[in-house]
Design a protein around this ligand. Structure first.
Ligand SMILES: [Zn+2]
Length: 192
């Protein structure tokens, strides 16, 4: 398992990350600006075994989906919503696993419940889903397969969640990548 916390800073050399790309693997946030912004969330970050436990719930959803993506939303260590891709079932191209989980959580608990919560998803969120995650003020995002990994198998909008987060300073978020990525990638056949 490869797992990495990602610096989502695009502020240049002054931030201390020396322009490191999102693929740089670090033990903790390398960027001062981001670690300041995320400290209050990082302190409450669950242990790696909890990350795997909740990612397995997202993977369960992905295996039941009409296109293999799944998501789970966790607040204070408890699962509050889950969702899977329903785009083909409902003829709705916006019905990504993350969007389905977010809409379910909003319908049952309201937007306050999402503030500071953690979203687990089997694939790095696309621009639409990451926008929703930021607007909902999630405190933490954990994903399995990255956009670059997914792009070897399926079409992807080639922008990372960290890139998008770096443009939304009003919504600080901690991002953890690569949790059970191999299991998520195994859901997609290789391109021929
Ligand atoms: Zn999406």
């Amino acid at each position: 398992m490869m797992m990495a916390d990602i610096c989502n800073c695009a502020r240049g050399p002054a931030c201390g990350c020396r322009g490191a790309s999102r693929r740089v693997v670090v033990a903790a946030f390398a960027c001062t600006a981001v670690s300041l912004a995320t400290t209050r969330f990082a302190a409450a970050a669950p242990a790696a075994d909890a990350d795997e436990r909740f990612m397995r719930i997202a993977l369960e959803e992905a295996r039941r989906a009409d296109f293999p993506f799944g998501a789970a939303i966790v607040r204070d260590g408890r699962l509050i919503a889950r969702g899977r891709n329903l785009g083909r079932t409902t003829d709705d191209p916006t019905a990504h696993g993350e969007m389905v989980a977010i809409r379910r959580a909003l319908a049952t608990r309201g937007s306050k419940a999402l503030r500071g919560s953690t979203l687990y998803t089997t694939g790095e969120p696309c621009a639409m889903c990451m926008g929703a995650i930021l607007w909902c003020h999630f405190g933490r995002l954990v994903f399995a397969a990255s956009v670059e990994q997914l792009a070897t198998r399926i079409d992807q909008i080639m922008i990372s969640s960290a890139d998008l987060a770096s443009k939304a300073t009003f919504a600080p978020i901690s991002i953890t990548a690569g949790v059970l990525a191999d299991e998520a990638m195994a859901l997609f056949p290789e391109r021929k």
